[in-house]
Design a binder for this molecule. Structure first.
Ligand SMILES: NC(=O)c1ccc[n+]([C@@H]2O[C@H](COP(=O)([O-])OP(=O)(O)OC[C@H]3O[C@@H](n4cnc5c(N)ncnc54)[C@H](OP(=O)(O)O)[C@@H]3O)[C@@H](O)[C@H]2O)c1
Length: 385
């Protein structure tokens, strides 16, 4: 019987995984390592995440099916809870996903994952440690079609977050050669193919903002590698449970078969929310900071710290869009995972239950607040665009 330890159950992909699997009743037991004061509070946190995918009653029922181990994965090597000893599989999703977290990102993502790996080394029945990286750990120069290979330690990164994820993979491989390690690297997770924006509007706000701005940092035929949360969860479950995998590293991505082009998204927006029938997109050079700021001010205004942070976040995401990257997923498809639906195919579903763009961004705000400056009086500062 599989006994799976899940980190990150209260996050987007953790919720999607539990929602996809808990009703299967296949004898698998799930243990969620959750930051909480006690198991009851942890279960309520898991239920709250599941309630984004289903009704509150079902969310409570599903949450009762998991065991809760209160804890922080960065301290897992000191966790002697005997329930962890019999774990057969680990799905390690938890991470600090903030873009600008600085050194803290390395402490949590790299050093924390090494602490979890030290605990995993004491699990005698462990068959798989599925570590979730990010496709962008390849760095900024690996395109246009990125192969599934180990990160280049010298690669240039656009933000510390992806550098910390690349460093985590490198450290795991170097320090734990005997761990049954498989790395899965999702590309960009946006919405849910049938529940739309309900489970999460993370990054969806950016796609919608680009449409409203009618301004791209790349040609309209450029690609963005986007997958829905439910498909990503299904792919991760395959990589977690399939007995024999051909490789130890996979992209969980749209790849060439399902890649989304901005031009196709533009048509999908026009079909879902008709405007003048043209919806003309223009391109700008990302180094022209005034062009983006002026257009942003005209469309959304810049009259609050929230909007100023949203401009900064838009600029950060546009830097990734400008790379025009697709992440090869031949390995994943060869394991029997069906290709992902393209965002242009489920965009209308996402728009149907979307809140206003600025409210959707507010949900992602934590990712873009820089860490407080050191010192007792330091407070998070309003971000100036
Ligand atoms: N979403 C994407 O587009 C995307 C793309 C590529 C890769 N990924 C990777 O996929 C994974 C999951 O992403 P996500 O979008 O689901 O992230 P998320 O929504 O930001 O959730 C992060 C999860 O990690 C947990 N966590 C953070 N620090 C922790 C700690 N010290 N101890 C225990 N739990 C901790 C959080 O718990 P709390 O609730 O307690 O904070 C939360 O459950 C991450 O590794 C991310 O790098 C995501």
């Amino acid at each position: 019987m599989a006994r799976i330890l899940l980190t990150g159950a209260t996050g987007l992909l953790g919720g999607a995984v539990l929602h996809e699997t808990l009703d299967r009743d296949d004898g698998t037991s799930w243990i969620c390592l959750v930051r909480c004061a006690n198991a009851d509070q942890g279960r309520q946190r898991v239920a709250a995440r599941l309630a984004r995918f289903t009704d509150p009653f079902t969310a409570q029922r599903l949450a009762r099916k998991v065991e809760i181990v209160p804890g922080d994965f960065t301290q897992a090597d000191h966790d002697n809870d005997p329930r962890l000893d019999g774990v057969t599989h680990i799905l390690h999703l938890a991470a600090d996903t903030s873009y600008f977290g600085g050194e803290r990102l390395f402490r949590t993502n790299r050093d924390g994952t090494l602490a979890l790996a030290r605990r995993a080394a004491r699990m005698r029945n462990l068959q798989r440690f599925l570590h979730i990286g990010t496709a962008m750990s390849c760095g900024a120069e690996a395109g246009p079609v990125v192969a599934e290979s180990r990160p280049d330690p010298e690669a240039r990164h656009l933000v510390p977050y992806t550098a910390s994820k690349a460093a985590t993979e490198e450290a795991l491989a170097a320090e734990f050669p005997d761990l049954p390690l498989v790395v899965a690297r999702p590309s960009i997770v946006v919405g849910h193919s049938t529940l739309g924006a309900g489970p999460s509007s993370s990054i969806l706000w950016l796609v919608r903002a680009a449409d409203r701005l009618r301004l791209l940092p790349c040609a309209p035929e450029s690609c963005c590698d986007i997958v829905p949360a439910d498909w990503a969860a299904g792919a991760l479950l395959t990589l977690l449970r399939k007995h024999d995998l051909a490789h130890d590293l996979y992209h969980v991505s749209a790849g060439l078969p399902s890649v989304t082009r901005w031009s196709a998204l533009n048509r999908a927006f026009e079909a879902a929310e008709p405007s003048d029938g043209v919806r003309a997109l223009s391109c700008f050079d990302l180094s022209d900071r005034a062009a983006l700021r002026d257009r942003f001010r005209a469309v959304f205004g810049l009259d609050s710290p929230l909007k100023q942070t949203m401009l900064r976040a838009t600029r950060a995401y546009y830097a990734f869009c400008a790379l025009d990257m697709t992440f090869a997923n031949d390995r994943l498809l060869a394991e029997g995972v069906a290709p992902a639906p393209a965002l242009s195919d489920y965009l209308a579903t996402c728009l149907a239950n979307s809140a206003p763009i600025i409210d959707q961004f507010a949900d992602d705000l934590e990712m873009f607040v820089p860490p407080p400056a050191p010192g007792p009086a330091a407070l998070p500062q309003a971000v100036v665009a």
